[in-house]
Design a binder for this molecule. Sequence first.
Ligand code: HEC
Length: 503
Amino acid sequence: MAPITSNQFSEITFVVKHTYKGLKATTQFVGLFFLSLLLSCNNSEDPESPEEGMNPGNEIVGLEGVALTYRNQCGGCHGQDLGSFVEREWTYGNSLEDVMHSITEGYSNNGMPAYGSTLGTQEIEDLTNFILTEIDGKTKAMLEGDNPDLSGLISSDDLSFRVETLTAEIPGIPWGIEQLPNGEILVTERGGRLFLARNDKQLIEVTGVPDVISQGQGGLLDVLIHPDFENNAFVYLSYSRVNPNNSSERTTAVARARLEGNNLVEVENIFTALPYLNSGHHYGSRLVFDSNGYLYVSVGDRGYRDVYPQELDNYLGKIHRIHDDGQIPSDNPFYNTPGAVNSIFTYGTRNPQGMSLHPETGALWEGEHGPQGGDEINILEAGNNNGWPVISYGINYDGTSFTDLTELNGMEQPVYHWTPSIAPCGMTFVSSDFYGNWKNDLFVGSLKFEYLHRLKMNGNEVVGHETLLEGIGRVRDVQMGRDGYLYIVIEGPGRLIRLVPEQ
Ligand code: HEC
């Protein structure tokens, strides 16, 4: 007999109960009575009194229900296709007990929430069985084969375009991209390598990168070149840096180096977000230069939302503004505030993994991950408090809430927010004329739903949106290239693509 899902089951029960009321002791009643008896026997439970401690059992739990829980609760971090569990070297073991333990207790220092207080033991067991069954026998290569076919013409609301793949060979998880004036593209790989995607489609490793700690969400992160790169060859890298005095602690840092051929030389650390913490997530880490040559560095709250983002005496949960050599501009908003870190530009930020300058206003825009729901796009002005975690449109990953407030005096409102979360990673405005009506629109990558989100803009207002390239894979970075093309880097497998409008 085909398994009956719990939902189907209660619908049948409903019909039985309500028909019973009107029919009394007719032959139909007898028939229904036997039907009901039959169903209850086959499923070894009493359908009319689920509260009497009957264990619904795995066999009648609808796969769709578990798959949905996985999609909403876990897929955003672990991949909708379970990619992070396939061919995994399990840290905490992959027996039923081990996995259930991981889900129940979480590893809060490394970004894995605990679900023990919001999911029941049975739900956790079902999720565990779902994961272990689904990944059984699958390989990464099989998952890659599932990628959508992007070879044809793709149409959006305002434009048709083609996807051109520049390389599909990036090993590991690509994180940041930056185009050089000669058209070649620097690509970071979170594990700690820097590559140059050459115009002949060769991928070359650049040597001399600083040591990074690649664990959790950390590693080698963003890459940016100096506005005067043609003369000084300066490349900036953000990364997770280990505390030289305590190897279990790390933080977000920025190094500057010169690119000589395929080597980085004169590598120098110019920014360190203090304090170092024993935490492996929420590094933030985007880098942007504004038109006056100031360098902005985004730093996440490192998972300590109640400790750092609202206090000015530390670097975490902030956007910083520094000179190109790491010195602090004396016109920074808190430069003269006693006890404040003087590189702070704005504060009250969770995990900002997108930053871009508006092509017309020159303002700095930022995108950040909310907890569950409450992903935000903000316009940043000197001294702003963006409110995290006092105001938020999100709730905790485990479904509990941490604030009732979405607005408060003295705290900025986002320009746009997403609930449910899309897990925004990388963002850019289209500033070139190649893309017709896309001009000045904001393009944001989604890690969670594996697409590109286009926010249609009218000035500073979002007037519409559409999703593009659904199912393409976890999008890590989106950049307007110096050549006017839109570049996107995706994981699983690591690919660098550009969108070529159809004329
Ligand atoms: C916010 C991101 C996030 C969400 C949401 C999340 N996880 Fe995790 N999970 C992680 C991270 C990061 C780790 C690695 C932790 C570590 O290495 O200490 C992890 C580890 C795990 C592990 C242990 C893997 C091992 O190697 O032993 C399991 C099992 C797991 N997660 C299952 C789940 C399930 C099931 C859900 C949904 C109910 C879920 N996770 C939701 C981020 C997340």
